[in-house]
Design a protein around this ligand. Structure first.
Ligand code: PNS
Length: 159
């Protein structure tokens, strides 16, 4: 069984993430969306909330599970017998850091391959940070995040 891991902060999940998840689900037998527990960041949503929002959004897909992890991604991949790490790439600006991480992860575990899926053009400008900023100042985030996530963002920022 080919198990892929799609890691990230997902604070919160966007339609860009969802697009990558859907496409990855066709490439792997099972995709684990793995939410990073990162105490050094100050997320809008708690770890549990981020996991819940992803679970709601991926309900239509059958071969996706949602989990969280801390520590090294590669250790989490080994623990789950995953041989593929899936990453989304938007612009050239993503490339440098992603390239560095992919090479480091390969150094740590040569049998785990990182594969990059190019963003769909309609999501190429989309990021969780921008969505939160637009929402915070009352802008429209329709079509940028799953409907269930949109509701929770507005609840959080009390608009
Ligand atoms: O959504 P993000 O914040 O861009 O995701 C970054 C993430 C979680 C993929 C990356 O920070 C990560 O893999 N962190 C786990 C720690 C780790 O393995 N670090 C070494 C990477 S080479």
């Amino acid at each position: 069984m080919k198990i892929g891991i799609y890691p990230g902060s997902f604070d919160p999940i966007t339609n860009g993430h969802l697009d990558i998840i859907e496409r990855a689900s066709k490439l792997c037998d099972k995709v684990i969306v793995a939410v990073l527990q990162n105490p050094s960041k100050n997320p809008l949503f708690t770890l549990e909330e981020r996991v819940y929002l992803i679970e709601e959004a991926v309900k239509p897909f059958k071969n996706i599970t949602v989990d969280c992890f801390s520590g090294l991604l590669i250790d989490y991949a080994k623990k789950n017998d995953a041989k593929v790490i899936i990453k989304g790439l938007r612009a050239v600006s993503d490339f440098e850091y992603e390239f560095q991480m992919a090479l480091m992860n390969r150094k740590l575990a040569p049998d785990v391959e990182t594969i990059f899926l190019m963003t769909s053009s309609e999501n190429s400008y989309l990021s969780s940070s921008l969505v939160k900023e637009v929402a915070k100042f009352g802008g429209c985030i329709e079509g940028l995040v799953p409907a269930s996530t949109k509701k929770e963002i507005f609840k959080k920022i009390k608009l």
